[in-house]
Design a protein around this ligand. Structure first.
Ligand SMILES: Nc1nc2c(c(=O)[nH]1)N[C@H]1C(S)=C(S)[C@@H](COP(=O)(O)OP(=O)(O)OC[C@H]3O[C@@H](n4cnc5c(=O)[nH]c(N)nc54)[C@H](O)[C@@H]3O)O[C@H]1N2
Ligand SMILES: Nc1nc2c(c(=O)[nH]1)N[C@H]1C(S)=C(S)[C@@H](COP(=O)(O)OP(=O)(O)OC[C@H]3O[C@@H](n4cnc5c(=O)[nH]c(N)nc54)[C@H](O)[C@@H]3O)O[C@H]1N2
Ligand SMILES: [Mo]
Length: 797
C-alpha cells in the first residue's frame, strides 16, 4: 500500500466509525453501545462496549497498519489468569518464616484491608536501604498518570524518602554507558535521519541486526505504524539491502536482502576486518578521520597489530566470523563506493563485551566517511518506536513527579541476582567501585523480574532468600506466583488515563478512556499506593501522595502542560480521544549529525575533544581487563568458538517477540498465532534439525548447565547453522518446582541465558551470549499440559 492509500484508508475507517455510530444512534441502540477510544503499546484502538461489556476492537484512524496484537485486548481483560482478589501466600499469612516456599504453595484470598495492613507493617519494619523497588523503566503500560514506575517511585520517595532502585536498563545497558563519551550522545534514543532522506539518497541500506518491521510493531508510548507505509517506498527507490544477522529476519525477508550469515557475537571482528582493509587499501575517508575524529593514531597500532602482534586483517576476521574473505572485501568496497546507511540494532550489545558493538559501527562509519550526509552514516534506532519519522517538535504529556530518592544506591539492571545473593560484595562499575546493599524486600510493580531477568534458576534462588516479596499485577504472571502478597491491579482499560503517540514523531496525545468497570476486586496501582500511604502516615501522607487532586484533574493538568494543545480544548480532546499536531516541512529533512558535519567547531559533540572518539582517556584510566581505551575485539567466553561448544553446540539468541511486548499477551488469544503445541518456538536450521532427527512442529528439550526448557521446533533455512532462537518473554512454567533446576514446560528462554555482565565497565546484561544443547524427546516421554498462563491454587476464592 502506498502512503496515500494508507491515509485514504484511515480516513475511511474514521468515516466508518462516525457513520456506524450515527446509524446506531438512529436505531436507538446508543444506550447500550459505546465506542471508547483507548491506547496501548500495541497501538491505539476504539473499544466497542455493549451493556458494559467490551465486545469488539475497532481500528483507530491514527494506526496506519494495526497489529494483530490489539485483537487480544478483550481476551486480556476477561481471561481467567486475572488476579481477581488480594492474595497472600499461605505460609506467609500464617507467619511462618519459609521464603523457600515461594512459588511452591497455594495462596489464600484475603480482603483488601488485610493485604494492605500486612504490606504496610512489612514496609514499616524494613529500612528503606533494604527495600528494592524493582519497577525500573519497565514496560507495564503507556498511561502517564497511572504509570506503574512513577506511582511506585512516588510512593517510596514520598512515604519513605526512597528505596533501592535500578541503574540503567536492559535495552541498551552497554552501548548506553559508552556512546556518549564516543559520539556525544547515547545515540540509541536520538532522532534518526528521516525516511524521506533515506528514500531520496540511500543506495545501500545495511540492517546490522536491525529488524525494522518486527521491532517497530510496538512503542514505549503508542505506535502509529507509519513506518510500514515507508518500507514499500524504500523498496521502490531501488535501495540495495544487506542483512548482517545470524537470522534472516522478518525485514530481510521483506526486502529480499543479501544475507551475511555472521557467527553470533563476532560482529566486532567483522567491523575491524572491514576497517583494516579500508585503511591498508587507502580506500577510507582520510579527510573525515582528520576533521571529525580524535584518537585514530592511538587505535591504529591495535588495528594493524603493532601493539599486540595480531593484524585485524580480513583473514583474521574471516576466521572469527566464518565469513569468506572475499565477502568481507566486497562489503568494504561496496560501502565506500555508494551512499551507505548502516542501521545498527541493540541485540548485539546485549552480549558479553557489548560495549564494543556500537563503538565498532561508529568507527567503521567514520572510516566510510558519510556520517552527517543525507542517507549516509549510522543510526541506532531505525528499528525502534517509529525511528526515522519526522518529529513534531512539541512537548507531549509529562508524567507524575516522583520526588527525590534519598537512598543513594541503585542496582545495575543486570546485577540483581548477584546483588541479592551477595550483600556487601564490591564490583567495578563505570570506572567506580560499588558495594551491594542487603535486600530484604522486593517490591515489583509494572515490570516482571521473573521474565526479563537472565538465569531464572539463579534469580529464583535470590527471590527465595529475601524476607518479603510484594507484586502488583493485573495477571497471574510467573512473578506474581512467586510473591508473598499480590495486589490485583486494574489494567488500563479499567481506568482513565492520558498518553502520547510516537516516541520519535511525538505528534499525538491520546485519551485512554476507561472502557469498562474493574472486573473483580481490582484497584488502580495509584490507589493502592495512596491507601498504603494512609496506613503509614494518615490523611497527611495520603494527601501528599495524591497531590490532593482527582484523576481527571491530573489528566487535565498533564494535557494542559503539553505545548501543542492550543489545537483543541480539553473537553473536545477527551471526547475525540486524541489531538494530533502538525509536523513542519523541514522536520522531514532531518539528517543526523548534519550540523556537526557542516561545522564541527560551532556544533561540536559532547565528547572529550568535541569530535568522534577513537580513544577515550576516561576508559583507559579505569584500567580494566575487559574494557579498554579504544575499540577492541574480546573473545566471548561462551560462543561457537569456545571450548564449551563441544557440550552445548548451539548458540542461543533470544530476540524480542513478534507477537508480544516481552511477556505481555502470553496469556491471550494471540498465542495461537505462533506457539507450537502450546510452547514457545525454538527456531533451528533445517540441516541441524535433520542431523538431530528433529521434525518441524515437535516438542524438543533445550538445555545447558543453567537449566532446561521444552520448546516447539520451528525448522527453517532462515537461521544460520549452529544457531537457534527463542524469543524472550514466554511465561515461565516449572514442571516440578521442587527440583533443583526445574524444567520449564513453556520455553522461557531466560532459564537458559547467563547473568554474566558485559564487562566491568557497563555491567550490563549479556543474554545473547549463550550456548545450549538440543535433545529430541524419547518416545516414552509424556508431555505435561501447558499451564503457565493459568491462575495458581487459591484457598477461599
Ligand atoms: N533473554 C532476554 N531477556 C530480555 C531481553 C532480551 O532481549 N532477551 N530484553 C530485555 C529488555 S530490552 C527489556 S526492555 C525487558 C522488559 O522487561 P519488562 O519491562 O519486565 O517486560 P514486560 O513483560 O512488559 O513486563 C511488564 C509487566 O507489567 C505488567 N503490567 C501491565 N500493566 C500493568 C498495570 O497497569 N499495573 C501493574 N502493576 N502491572 C502492569 C505486565 O503484566 C507485565 O508483567 O526484558 C529484558 N529481557
Ligand atoms: N514486537 C516487539 N517489538 C519490540 C519489542 C517487543 O517486545 N516486541 N521490544 C522493544 C524493546 S524494549 C527493545 S529493547 C527493542 C530491541 O531491539 P533489538 O535488540 O535490536 O531487537 P532483537 O529482536 O532482540 O534483535 C534484533 C536482531 O538482532 C539479531 N542478533 C542477535 N545477536 C546478534 C549478533 O550477535 N550479531 C548480529 N549481527 N545480529 C544479532 C537477532 O537475530 C535479531 O534478528 O525492541 C523493541 N521492539
Ligand atoms: Mo528493551
Amino acid at each position: 500500500m502506498t502512503r496515500r492509500d494508507m491515509l485514504k484508508n484511515s480516513a475511511m475507517v474514521s468515516l466508518a466509525l462516525s457513520s456506524s455510530l450515527s446509524s446506531l444512534k438512529a436505531a436507538g441502540a446508543i444506550n447500550d453501545i459505546q465506542l471508547i477510544p483507548h491506547a496501548t503499546h500495541f497501538g491505539p484502538f476504539i473499544a466497542k462496549v455493549k451493556d458494559g461489556k467490551f465486545v469488539e476492537v475497532l481500528k483507530s484512524p491514527q494506526d496506519k497498519n494495526p497489529s494483530v496484537m490489539i485483537e487480544s485486548m478483550i481476551d486480556r481483560v476477561y481471561t481467567d489468569s486475572r488476579v481477581k482478589y488480594p492474595c497472600v501466600r499461605k505460609g506467609f499469612l500464617e507467619g511462618k518464616n519459609n521464603p523457600h516456599m515461594r512459588g511452591r504453595e497455594p495462596f489464600v484470598r484475603v480482603d483488601w484491608d488485610t493485604a494492605l495492613e500486612l504490606v504496610a507493617q512489612k514496609i514499616k519494619a524494613t529500612p528503606r536501604e533494604n527495600i528494592y523497588n524493582a519497577a525500573y523503566g519497565g514496560w507495564g503500560h503507556v498511561g502517564r498518570l497511572h504509570n506503574a514506575n512513577s506511582v511506585a517511585g512516588r510512593f517510596f520517595n514520598i512515604a519513605l524518602g526512597g528505596a533501592v532502585g535500578t541503574d540503567g536498563e536492559y535495552s541498551n545497558g552497554a552501548a548506553g554507558r559508552v556512546n556518549s563519551d564516543i559520539i556525544g550522545d547515547m545515540e540509541v534514543y536520538s532522532q534518526q535521519t528521516t525516511h524521506e532522506q533515506i528514500i531520496k539518497h540511500t543506495k545501500v541500506y545495511v540492517m546490522w541486526g536491525a529488524d525494522l518491521f518486527k521491532c517497530n510493531r510496538i512503542d514505549y508510548v503508542v505506535p502509529n505504524h507509519l513506518n510500514d507505509t515507508y518500507y514499500p517506498q524504500y523498496k521502490q527507490a531501488g535501495i540495495r539491502f544487506i542483512c548482517i544477522d545470524p537470522y534472516y529476519n522478518e525485514s530481510a525477508q521483506m526486502f529480499d536482502a543479501q544475507w551475511i550469515k555472521i557467527r553470533p557475537n563476532t560482529d566486532v571482528a567483522l567491523m575491524l576486518g572491514l576497517m583494516h582493509y579500508l585503511y591498508t587499501s587507502g580506500k577510507y575517508d582520510k579527510a573525515f578521520i582528520e576533521t571529525y575524529t580524535d584518537g585514530f593514531d592511538k587505535f591504529l597500532p591495535y588495528l594493524l597489530g603493532q601493539s599486540d602482534g595480531v593484524a585485524k586483517d580480513i583473514a583474521w576476521a574471516s576466521k572469527i566470523t566464518e565469513l569468506s574473505e572475499s565477502s568481507i572485501k566486497d562489503l568494504a568496497d561496496l560501502f565506500v563506493s555508494q551512499r551507505t546507511f548502516i542501521a545498527g540494532n541493540w541485540a548485539m550489545q546485549r552480549a558479553q563485551y557489548g560495549e564494543q558493538a556500537d563503538w565498532g559501527l561508529i568507527a567503521l562509519a567514520s572510516m566510510i566517511g558519510q556520517i552527517g550526509l543525507p542517507g549516509g552514516g549510522v543510526g541506532f534506532s531505525m528499528h525502534y518506536a517509529g525511528g526515522g519519522q519526522a518529529n513534531s517538535g512539541y512537548t507531549t504529556t509529562p508524567g507524575l513527579s516522583q520526588g527525590r530518592n534519598r537512598v543513594g544506591f541503585s542496582i545495575p539492571a543486570s546485577r540483581i541476582s548477584e546483588c541479592i545473593l551477595n550483600p556487601g560484595k564490591s564490583i567495578n562499575f563505570k570506572g567506580r567501585v560499588i558495594t551491594f546493599p542487603e535486600i530484604k524486600m522486593i517490591y515489583c510493580c509494572g515490570a516482571t523480574l521473573l521474565g526479563h531477568h537472565p538465569n531464572t534458576n539463579e534469580l529464583i534462588r535470590a527471590i527465595r532468600s529475601v524476607d518479603t516479596v510484594v507484586v502488583h499485577e493485573p495477571w497471574w504472571t510467573p512473578m506474581a506466583k512467586m510473591a508473598d502478597v499480590v495486589f490485583p491491579s486494574t489494567c488500563t482499560l479499567e481506568r482513565d488515563d492520558i498518553t502520547s503517540g510516537g516516541t520519535y514523531s511525538r505528534n499525538v496525545i491520546y485519551a485512554m478512556r476507561k472502557v469498562i468497570e474493574p472486573t473483580y476486586e481490582h484497584r488502580d496501582d495509584f490507589e493502592i499506593f495512596a491507601d498504603l500511604s494512609k496506613k503509614l502516615g494518615g490523611e497527611e501522607l495520603y494527601n501528599r501522595y495524591t497531590g490532593g487532586m482527582s484523576y481527571m484533574e491530573w489528566i487535565e493538568k498533564f494535557y494542559n502542560s503539553s505545548s501543542g494543545v492550543n489545537f483543541k480544548d480539553f473537553e473536545t480532546f477527551w471526547r475525540d480521544g486524541f489531538v494530533e499536531f502538525d509536523i513542519d516541512k523541514e522536520a522531514y529533512e532531518y539528517v543526523r549529525h548534519a550540523d556537526f558535519r557542516a561545522d564541527p567547531i560551532a556544533n561540536k559533540l559532547a565528547t572529550q575533544s568535541g569530535k568522534i572518539q577513537f580513544f577515550v582517556d576516561k576508559f583507559q584510566k579505569a584500567d580494566l581487563v575487559d574494557f579498554k581505551g579504544h575499540l577492541m575485539w574480546f573473545e566471548p567466553e561462551e560462543y561457537l568458538g569456545s571450548a564449551e561448544s563441544k557440550d552445548y553446540p548451539f548458540h542461543l539468541l533470544t530476540p524480542h517477540p513478534r507477537y508480544r511486548v516481552h511477556s505481555q499477551l502470553d496469556n491471550t488469544w494471540v498465542r495461537g498465532m505462533y506457539k507450537i503445541q502450546g510452547r514457545e518456538p525454538v527456531v533451528i536450521n533445517t540441516q541441524d534439525a535433520a542431523r538431530l532427527g528433529i521434525k518441524h512442529g515437535e516438542v524438543v528439550e533445550v538445555y545447558n548447565k543453567r537449566g532446561a526448557v521444552l520448546a516447539g521446533a520451528f525448522v527453517t533455512d532462515f537461521i544460520r547453522e549452529g544457531v537457534v532462537q527463542i524469543q524472550e518473554g514466554a511465561w515461565y512454567d516449572p514442571q516440578n518446582p521442587d527440583d533443583a533446576l526445574p524444567r520449564c514446560n513453556a520455553g522461557s528462554c531466560n532459564v537458559l541465558t547467563s547473568s554474566r555482565p558485559t564487562s566491568r565497565w557497563a555491567q550490563a546484561t549479556s543474554v545473547n551470549t549463550c550456548l545450549v544443547g538440543i535433545r529430541k524427546l524419547g518416545k516414552d516421554e509424556v508431555l505435561e499440559p501447558y499451564k503457565s498462563s493459568s491462575a495458581p491454587q487459591i484457598i477461599g476464592a
